[in-house]
Design a protein around this ligand. Structure first.
Ligand SMILES: [Zn+2]
Length: 473
């Protein structure tokens, strides 16, 4: 057999003019649409009309003579992914703790562990300029991968200038971000009392891309004050809930004393009692699961089934790139395969087993689940008229995906970040036909490398690219 084929690379189409600007319309046509909204439904070949920052119609065909047209033939179009917990300040430390467990268990191989190496060493040495470039680079990297919203958990609020740099780095990436205001250390740390200044200065209106969440870690002294300040300001309260950190007793007490509410975002929820789970579910609290990290770093078994059985809102979150990728395809595949592994094991043992997670459910947790957790579901998470146009276009004609036979299945079981073709945030095009728009990545990378060098030197840790275990001094 001998096929003749064209080996030239076609040039990119010009960027649609005026996308995201007030009153300007963009029409996406011929798309396979996964709306994540029951009322809107899904389409084999559908259209989405966007005006300014918002979706105004989703249908088979839409007549919009003034709109700029994007032909989405061969593309799956869906809402952008929502990551409900990521520590972007660690971007310069990517891969450095590839083998890390959370805590030092006394084995020499675990001498370099997350708690001691990152939280008690590296993070203490951040200057505001490190915070800014780490936040910005990490944000752009996820935007490139189709994650249009993040809650960034920044634990480096060593001064008000550090907090300002974290917010400015988050905003500079041009995507939707929730600023998670967590702890800092040293004489100039103002957490949690600086929350009001930060809220008034940066988050004083509801119509911007960034919002704020209050961190309230129950393993740190003074969390009661942080929860109170957060609730007085009307901010959701987020916290890590991890059995490995010995939190079960405190968490049970808080459950018993009526502290939980629909404003709580509980991250991980590993190793907690059935009692506390029930109270959290009854209170309408949210669960953010970082499945690959929980398995890799000894947080405990990811409690996917508990959360599903209790009917709780679940989202996915990437956590730390010093140990695992912040890519959402990895998140979705980890969730679906682990849930099915446990259920399949029960089936093989002849037991009654829970429903096997389906790809469409997994996509829902990766989009609407996150939007609900961050209290943004009235604005994002699905493709519905009236919502903001946070939209991704995924290439279903790519070598690793074609031919397309099942859309949700293709996204969850076949795709990876190279299939993210185009990304929109509030109608503005941030990635177009495979390339980020308006980011000088070479110069940003140089800045990030300089930050990495400063941090390693201040932490007294030598770079060792060929280390076969996490480098221990
Ligand atoms: Zn975390």
């Amino acid at each position: 057999m001998n096929f003749d084929f064209d080996r030239s690379t076609p040039p990119l189409d010009p960027l649609p003019r005026g996308a995201g600007e007030k009153e300007r319309q963009v029409l996406i046509r011929n798309a396979v649409i996964l709306s994540m909204d029951e009322e809107t439904g899904n389409f084999v070949s559908g259209s989405i009309l966007i005006e300014g920052s918002k979706i105004i119609a989703v249908d088979n065909e839409i007549d919009a003579p003034d709109a700029e047209v994007i032909d989405a033939s061969g593309k799956i179009v869906m809402p952008g992914f929502v990551d409900t917990h990521h520590h972007q300040f660690e971007t310069a430390l990517r891969g450095q703790l590839a083998h890390a467990v959370l805590m030092n268990d006394g084995r020499p191989v675990n001498k370099s562990n997350y708690y001691e190496t990152i939280l008690q060493n590296f993070s203490m040495h951040y200057q505001p300029e490190d915070v800014f470039i780490n936040e910005l680079f990490g944000g752009l990297a996820q935007l490139d991968a189709g994650v249009t919203t993040v809650m960034d958990v920044s634990q480096i609020h060593h001064s008000p200038e550090h907090s300002d740099a974290a917010i400015e780095g988050l905003q500079a990436a041009g995507r939707r971000g929730v600023f998670g205001y967590f702890e800092g250390w040293g004489d100039r740390a103002q957490y949690p009392r600086d929350a009001k200044r930060i809220r008034d200065q940066y988050f004083n209106s509801d119509d911007q891309l960034t919002t704020m969440v209050m961190g309230g870690e129950i393993y740190l002294p003074g969390y009661e004050e942080a929860w109170k300040i957060g609730r007085d300001l009307g901010l959701p309260i987020a916290l890590h809930v991890v059995g490995t950190f010995g939190m079960q007793e405190t968490f049970d007490t808080l459950a018993k004393d009526g502290w939980f509410g629909p404003d709580n975002i509980f991250i991980h929820m590993t190793g907690m009692s059935d009692y506390a789970w029930k109270v959290a579910a009854d209170a309408g609290s949210h669960v953010s699961l970082s499945v690959p990290i929980e398995m890799h770093m000894r947080h405990g078994t990811p409690p996917i089934q508990q959360a599903l059985d209790l009917g709780m809102d679940i989202s996915l979150s990437t956590d730390v790139e010093c140990t695992m990728t912040a890519d959402f395809f990895t998140q979705m595949r980890s969730m679906i395969t682990l849930q099915r592994m446990f259920a399949n094991d029960m089936a093989l043992s002849g037991k009654e087993y829970p429903d096997l997670l389906q790809c469409m459910d997994t996509l829902y947790h990766a989009t609407m689940g996150g939007a609900k957790g961050l209290k943004l579901d009235h604005r994002i998470g699905s493709l519905k008229p009236g919502k903001e146009a946070d939209i991704i276009m995924l290439d279903a004609n790519a070598l690793n995906v074609a031919p397309l036979n099942n859309a949700a299945g293709a996204v969850v079981t076949l795709m990876e970040r190279s299939n993210v073709d185009t990304v929109m945030v509030a109608g503005k095009i941030r990635k177009w036909q495979g390339k980020l728009v308006g980011a000088d990545l070479a110069s940003l990378r140089k800045n990030l490398e300089a930050s990495r060098d400063r941090l390693f030197s201040a932490a007294g840790i030598e770079k060792n690219i060929l280390a076969i275990q996490d480098h221990v001094q």
